[in-house]
Write a protein that binds this ligand. Sequence first.
Ligand code: NAI
Length: 249
Amino acid sequence: MSDFSNKVAIVTGSARGIGKTIALRLAEAGATVVVNDLSAAVNAVADEIKALNRQSLAVQGDVSSSADVNRMVETVKNTFGKIDILVNNAGIARDQLVVRMSDEEWESVLNVDLKSVFFCTRAVLRHMIRQRSGRIINIASIVGIVGNPGQANYSSAKAGIIGFTKTVAKEVASRQITVNAVAPGFIDTEMTQRLAEEWKQELQKRIPLGYLGSPRDVAEAVAFLASDEARYITGQVLSVDGGMAGAWM
Ligand code: NAI
């Protein structure tokens, strides 16, 4: 396991699910972890991290608000003095066929899933550029690569994250900052537990490895991209999907 002692990480949307697992994984490896979420449940995650004898700070806030994001990043800088790793994980889904999709369903998903990635990245880059080091890992989705009926808003946001990742990687490479995306497939979390049982069984049949991924599978890929060992990897999209996106259907 790579050592993250002396590294400061921010993980957005980390009150539960994949984000919480990423936060705990980085903390297990020694990182100081700032946990953010809309939900107050994020305080309990910070307590779990402190119980591992790591430093942690809970920042409740909305990543689709630039004021909340800028406040969070300033607080982190003032508290810990630096920011080494940003994991843009917060996300929502509001599924609907495009002909029935409301303005609100479109805008809320684009705001939380894509605009937030811009706000958080811009805010941390101001510090990482001065530091001349940093790791940014954006949680996209295979849906942003292959599409999925009912998810025009979500797949557009996730495809947007991929374009953003590749562009920012090029903008900041000379400062030794890497920017990559992880594209999970079908992962067992509260987001997917809400899907209808028959649809879940249908999706499972399309996973070559034959089972749903766990949040830990995603967290391991994030930890690798955040590590010193991944220093020469930037602008990439790593699918963690049991082979799903590449499968012939
Ligand atoms: P989840 O719904 O269990 O957790 C998402 C967390 O983000 C929640 O704690 C929620 O409160 C927080 N959040 C939502 N809006 C926020 C905002 N405006 N500001 C701050 N926090 C906010 O979701 P899950 O499954 O853990 O997903 C995490 C990420 O992984 C998301 O970006 C999702 O799109 C992505 N993903 C998930 C997949 C899955 O199969 N579960 C597959 C592909 C991608």
